[in-house]
Structure formats: C-alpha cells, structure tokens
Design a protein around this ligand. Structure first.
Ligand code: SAM
Length: 793
C-alpha cells in the first residue's frame, strides 16, 4: 500500500491525538442512527487466528511499550499493558484511546471483542450510543493486549466519510486486536501489575470506580423497567419507527413482567415477523391461540409465520379455517372485520401461490419481473432502496425431483440427474440465504480493503456477507448446519467431523471460507438500471450472495448444461441442453471468453484444475499461438476497437478499417482452427465488422456476419448475449425492408430474452408474444424502444 509514511515520523502529540479523537466522537454522537447502523455492520477483518499463548506475569518480560511497536507488524508473543483514557465508540470494532505506563498514547481498535465478550446476543445488531458502549471499558480500565498489531489504518475521519479514504493522505496508525481472547481486562487488585508506575495521573474523577465497571451490560440496564402497559406503548413507538428489534425488547420486558398478555404477545409476534424470525413469531401466536383459539390477529400471524417457515400447506389450512370463521361473523361486520377479511383473503392467495410454486415449479414470471423492477429502484439522493429491503423477492423455492446430490469423481459433491431431463427444464429456484448488493456494503469499506493494500476488490462485500450470515446464525443457531455443510475449502474439516457444540456455534472463519468457495454475484443482468440512468453503486459494484442448494453445482468453462439467472435474490436454474440420466449438472463460475490465464487464476483460488474441453485445449496450446492471440486481442482492444467506435459515431467511416478487421478475424480463426466453435476472440470484431458494413451502406453483406455472431454465441452458450445478437439481425432485415424476416428474428430475440427465465414457449402457445413482450419491455426497455421505431412492435 502506498501510504505516506512521513505522516508517522511526526506523530501527533498527546494533546492533538486527544483533541482529534474527541472531535471524532462528537461527529459520531451527532450522526443519525440510520447511518451509524450502516457503519457498524462490518466487524471482521481478521489478521490472525492462531493467537499465541503468552505469559503476561513473570517480570513482565513480554511487555512491549507503544514507543517500541513497529508499524505493520503483529507483535507475536508480546503484550501491551495499557489503560483506557477516553470514551469508546463502536463502528465495526470498538475504538478507544489508551496510554501505556510510559505515558505514550494511541488509538486502539478491538475487533470482535464486543460481540464475543461483552454484548448480550439480543443487542448485537443495535446501534450503541457512546455512553452505552463506554460502559464496556470505562476510563481507567487496565488492559493487556496480547499479540498487538500496529497497523496502518484509515484515519478516524475517513471511517465515517461517505466517500471512503483518499489513498495516500487519510491514513494513520492504530493498535488493533482481532482475537477476543487476546484482550485481558486486568483486575485492579492484580498484584502482578500493582508495582508498575504510570507516568501520568488519570486525574480526578478518572480513576475507575469498581461499581462503574460493567463489562456485560444490557441496553435495558439504562432504563427503568416499566409496567406491561408502558412497555406496550414504548414497543409500539419503536414498531412505528420500524425499529422492530427494539420493539421486540420492549414487548419482551412487558411480557416478562405481565405474565400472559395476549396483546403484547401478538405485537411481539408481528415484530418478529418483520425481522424474519418466523419460529419465534409462531411460538408467540401458538401461546395466544392455546388460550384463545378465536384470536383473529394471532391466527393471521400464524398463517404468515407458517409461510415464512415454508409450511405452505399448514398455512393454507390455518387461513382457510380463519376465512370460514370470518364468513360467519356477519352480526358485527364493522370496518375491522372487513379489513381482516381482506387480509386473510390476500394472505391465503399468497400461501396458495407459494404452495404451487414450491410443489410444481409454477411461477408467474410476469409478476416476478414486475416485482423485481419495482423493488430494484434506488433513491437517487441516498443510495438506499426505494422499496425497503431492495430486490428481495417474495416467492417460494422449487427443486425438481429428477436430480440429487452425489459424489462426483475429483470434484467432491455435485448435482446429478436421476432421469433424462429435456432442454429448458426448470430444475431449481433458490432464494439467497443472504445477499449483499453492491450498494449495501458499509460505505467507507466498499472498495478498499485496508488490511490488504491497494487491491480494489469485492472483499468488503464478502466480509459484509459473512457478517450477515454470522448474525443470522447467532439468531437462529439451528441453521448453522445448513450453511456448514457447504464446501469450506481443504483447510476446514468437513461438517461430519464437527462436534455437537461446533455444529451450533458461529464460526466466523468457516463462514468466510464458505463465502469464498460458494458465493455468486448478483448483478444487473439486463442493464435495466444502466439504461434507466440509475447511476447508483448497484450498476458498478457486483454484490455477493450465498445460495445453499446452487452451491452444490460444480464448474465447467464450456459445454455447461445448466444456465443460472439471478433476479433480485432469486436464482432460476434451467437446463440449457438435454441432460442424460446419471450425467452431472454443471454451470460456469467464470466467463469462457476470458483468457486461459485469467480463468485458471480464478479457478485455482477455488482449488479447481478445470478439465473442460477449452482448458484442456488451451493448456497444450503452443506458447507462440498464445502470445499471438494475446497480441491480436491487444490490437483490437487498444487500437482497432476504439478507432471503430469513434468511426461508428462520426459521419465519415474509414473503409480501410474493414480490411484490418477481416485480417484480424481471419488470423484468429486460423489460430483456433481446431476448435472453431470456441473462438471467443472473434465474436466482438465480427459484430464490429457487421456494423461497419451497415455504416458503409452494405447491409446485405452485414447480415450473414450478424447471423454468424448469433450462431456462435448460441453454440458457445454465451446465452446472456444471444437476444441482443438476434435483435441486430432483426433490425438489419427491417432496414432492408424485409419485414417478414425482421419479424421472425424479432421473435427469436424475444424468446432468447424470455426463455431463460420462464422456460420454453410451447409451439401452440398463442399468448407467448404478449408475455415475452411484457418481460422484454421491463428488462430491455431501450431495445424495445428501438424495435418500436423499426415497426417491429
Ligand atoms: C461451490 S462448490 C461446489 C460443490 C462442491 N463440489 C462440494 O462438494 O460441495 C465449489 C468447489 O467444488 C469443487 N469443484 C467445482 N467444480 C470443479 C471442477 N470442475 N473440478 C474440480 N473441482 C471442482 C472445488 O473444490 C470448488 O472449490
């Protein structure tokens, strides 16, 4: 990392460090809760896991002072004796200022410590005020930090800066510890440390008062415990402001002190539902219904909780029963009853839809795409989803009965066909276990990982994903096994060898590995956002998500038989060619259009030595051929391509470019003559060649080349590009006035766009065009606008 190290040569003096720190605390104090919440979400930048056991007693020989810390070094086997001299703040880690006995002071960041050591599970997701968090380490608390890491970190200001740090200027020094067991709180009476003289007085009122020393606090401690009624009101207040976790806390306090209170339980159930804690919601409503089977709100919430728990049939029974009871309630048919009747009807419809999706794979793709387009909108001013949770869609999962997970030679587990599967079959619909979209990684950590230098990567998104998975598992430990059974790399023992305790406890290291080997990237597949002028982070940063069942598909660069499409948080997987009984189902983890070196570097990081047709061929390709292909590519990327793009947009087109393109294509064909269906280098120059002929008015010459591009993309299975290629053929026919052919090719375009999502249209389907057009209008509005101008729509 290129950090201006001069900075450290003139370390700020004690007073400046304190003043800066306090200024920073003030900014945090004034920050709205919502933004704080965004900043606290990343909490795991682990630099080491094998903490060394150090004796911090005997003669304190392993003690190191701040002045002796070396930058960018983990001081393994040493410990830093220090005491807290200011208040704490928690963003990702817990930050505070410390001084050592020599009187040197420094900022410190304790990662994971609050989560593992001090904070009750139920308050982990909350934003803690500086006063609340300062109770963990009151001023004067003495600490021994084992294996301290003196790090170059972003300055405190940039931690809360929307833009993130400006490399080279916004860096500072920081002592950090990632392993909670490395942070030892020293008892005031610990004799080993009593003889140590501290060069500074903490000053009046700064000595730690034993009764202030609260290492395990609950946010509730601050409040007087109210009556059930007060808790109810407070809970409702939080509920209305969408703070459902806090509302649950209030209702829970009320329930604890008010024995059985149906209203509190019903409200808490609704708050749990909003937090997707369906089991807890179900528990609450079951308690109510046991005493009062006629409690309508409880019955509705039971229906909702059962949908959340994927017990669709049970939900339908509950809701139908309620519906029946509602019909008889004619005598008191007031507004409330009418609105409950309406809710029950709608909920029942949803439960029936989920049931049909889940059992038969019957999805209404039109409404799914409508829902996606509605939910993907981002507020222009604040980068937040216009629609609450973003494009997380409300649908059930589906798994065909014709496939199963089996052991596959040299690949571990994989999906295998139990029977023959025709092309275009829906084999699976999966909802993300957790997903982080490009705009959701915490602001200041989005594109730069401070610990690993300048590399711009999606690691911050991966860490955010790991953190969210960990939080989910903390709340629902029974889900651990679902996640832990996924491949976690060669260095992690398979789940079968984990003991009972490990099967139910959150293991961040394992989660990070699982994310590394199994993540998928949700992206704007159809450029809807791009074309709608939405310049949000979502168009630039890919997100990352974990989908459980799709994680068992193995990879091949080419000749795949499964195509996967991500719509919001929903992954749709279809066969893209016929699959035979006992054949493995494979999809691709990377684009075959990349060079072998790029692909194999990425695949190596997954431990894959790919044996596909393309990799096998490219591995033995002569060095000369390889170099020539790279040269051709460079010529196209750096010279010819940009020149062409300029010419396409200017009134004059230089026809000599056509010769250059033809030469380049001919040579790349020659280099790949043994594998013509996989000459990925040629298809972009070929598209340009077709366009060049259009430009000089030779449309007839352009047509066969455009068709070749389409056919190549189709056989090479670059299926996300085929609809656009088909559209080029249609438009060229339209320009020639051959409307019959133009319309035929526009039909191909619509099918290429819609079929990966909704499956093959039947030959005799009359309405197919209407449905395909509906999807195309939503997903490719720009293309449809063009088609309309050409008289194709
Ligand atoms: C997402 S998982 C796929 C399921 C995995 N095979 C399992 O047993 O859970 C990815 C891992 O599967 C293995 N894998 C996937 N495709 C492979 C291939 N073509 N050749 C060898 N190993 C492969 C690699 O170990 C890779 O890191």
């Amino acid at each position: 990392m290129e950090v201006n190290l001069n900075f450290f040569e003139q370390r700020n003096n004690r007073k400046d460090i304190i003043v800066n720190y306090e200024k920073w605390l003030k900014i945090i104090e004034r920050m709205p809760n919502k933004k704080m919440h965004h900043l606290i979400t990343t909490n795991n930048f682990e630099y080491m896991t094998n903490s060394q056991s150090i004796n911090i007693g005997n003669n304190l020989k392993n003690r190191i002072s701040i002045a002796n810390l070396t930058l960018d070094k983990v001081h393994v086997g040493r410990f830093l004796l220090c005491r807290v001299i200011n208040r704490c703040a928690k963003l990702g880690p817990l930050f505070t200022l410390i001084e050592d006995p020599e009187g040197e002071i420094e900022r410190i960041a304790l990662y994971n410590w609050v989560e593992h050591t001090a904070l009750p599970v139920k308050v982990r997701e909350k934003v803690l005020s500086i006063n609340q968090v300062s109770k963990f380490l009151p001023i004067g608390t003495k600490l021994a930090i084992k294996n301290p890491y003196y790090q170059v970190a972003s300055s405190f200001d940039t931690l809360i800066n929307i833009e993130g740090p400006r490399i080279n200027t916004d860096f500072d020094s920081l002592i950090r510890s990632d392993v909670p067991d490395d942070v030892i709180i020293i008892d005031q009476d610990d004799e080993r440390f009593n003889k140590i003289k501290w060069s500074n007085d903490l000053g009046k009122g700064m000595n730690v008062n034993e009764k202030d020393k609260v290492y395990k606090v609950s946010v509730d401690d601050e409040k007087r415990i109210g009556t059930p009624d007060e808790c109810h009101q407070k809970g409702n207040k939080y509920f209305i402001s969408n703070d459902f976790a806090q509302a649950v806390d209030e209702y829970s306090t009320g329930i604890r002190h008010g024995l059985h209170n149906a209203t509190l339980l019903a409200n808490r159930a609704e708050a749990y539902l909003r937090l997707d804690r369906f089991k807890k919601a179900l528990n609450d409503v079951e308690k109510i219904l046991k005493r009062d089977p006629g409690h309508m709100k409880a019955a509705i919430r039971k229906g909702k909780a059962l949908i959340g728990l994927k017990s669709y049939q049970e939900s339908i029974i509950t809701l139908k029963d309620l519906n029946l009871r509602m019909q008889t309630k004619t005598e008191c048919d007031d507004n409330l009853i009418t609105s409950i009747k309406q809710s029950v009807k709608e909920l029942l419809k949803r439960a029936e839809m989920f049931d049909s999706e889940n059992r038969y794979g019957r999805y209404d793709y039109k409404s799914i795409i409508d829902e996606y387009c509605e939910k993907i909108v981002i507020n222009q001013d604040n980068d937040d989803w216009a629609c609450g949770k973003g494009p997380r869609l409300d649908h059930a999962e589906y798994l065909i009965d014709d496939i199963e997970i089996r052991h596959v030679k040299k690949k571990g587990r994989g999906w295998v066909a139990k029977r023959d599967i025709p092309e275009g079959t829906l084999v699976m619909v999966s909802k993300a276990f957790k997903v982080v979209y490009g705009n959701e990684a915490p602001l200041s950590f989005r594109s730069i990982d401070f610990t690993r230098g300048y590399e711009v990567m999606n690691t911050a998104t991966h860490l955010e994903l790991s953190t969210r998975i960990a939080r989910e598992l903390i709340a629902e430990p029974e889900l651990c096994q679902e996640v832990y059974q996924l491949y976690a790399g060669p260095e992690m023992v398979p789940m079968e060898y984990l003991d009972e305790k490990s099967l139910h406890s959150v293991n961040m290291k394992r989660i990070e590995k699982i994310v590394k080997y199994n993540f998928f990237e949700p992206r704007d597949e159809w450029d809807i956002l791009y074309y709608s002028g939405n310049d949000s982070r979502l168009t630039k940063d890919y997100g990352a998500g974990l989908w459980i069942l799709p994680s068992y598909f193995n990879h091949s660069c080419v000749d795949i038989n499964i195509q996967h499409i991500i719509i919001g948080d929903m992954m749709i997987l279809r066969s893209c060619r016929p699959i035979l009984k006992d054949e493995e189902l494979i999809l691709t983890y990377c684009s075959p259009a990349q060079f072998y070196e790029e692909r194999s570097t990425r695949l190596k990081s997954y431990g894959i030595n790919c044996q596909c047709r393309l990799c096998e061929f490219e591995r033995v390709e002569s060095f000369r051929t390889k170099v020539r292909r790279i040269e051709l590519f460079a010529t196209y990327e750096k010279c010819l391509g940009p020149q062409l793009r300029l010419s396409f947009h200017s009134p004059y087109f230089d026809p000599s470019l056509i010769n250059e393109l033809n030469d380049l294509i001919a040579e790349s064909n020659e280099l790949r003559k043994d594998l013509p269906d996989l000459n990925f280098l040629a298809y972009e120059p070929k598209s340009d060649l077709a366009m060049a002929y259009v430009k000089i008015g030779k449309l007839r010459q352009s047509l066969p080349i455009t068709k070749q591009v389409y056919n190549f993309l189709k056989t090479a299975q670059l299926l996300h590009l085929t609809s656009n290629a088909a559209y080029q053929v249609a438009s060229r026919y339209a320009r020639l006035g051959q409307m019959k052919e133009a319309n035929e090719w526009f039909d191909v375009t619509l099918k290429e766009l819609a079929e990966p999502i909704r499956g093959k249209f039947n030959e005799d389907e009359i309405q197919w065009r209407e449905e395909a057009l509906h999807l195309a209008k939503k997903l490719a509005p720009k293309m449809i606008e063009g088609a309309r101008n050409k008289g194709l729509v």
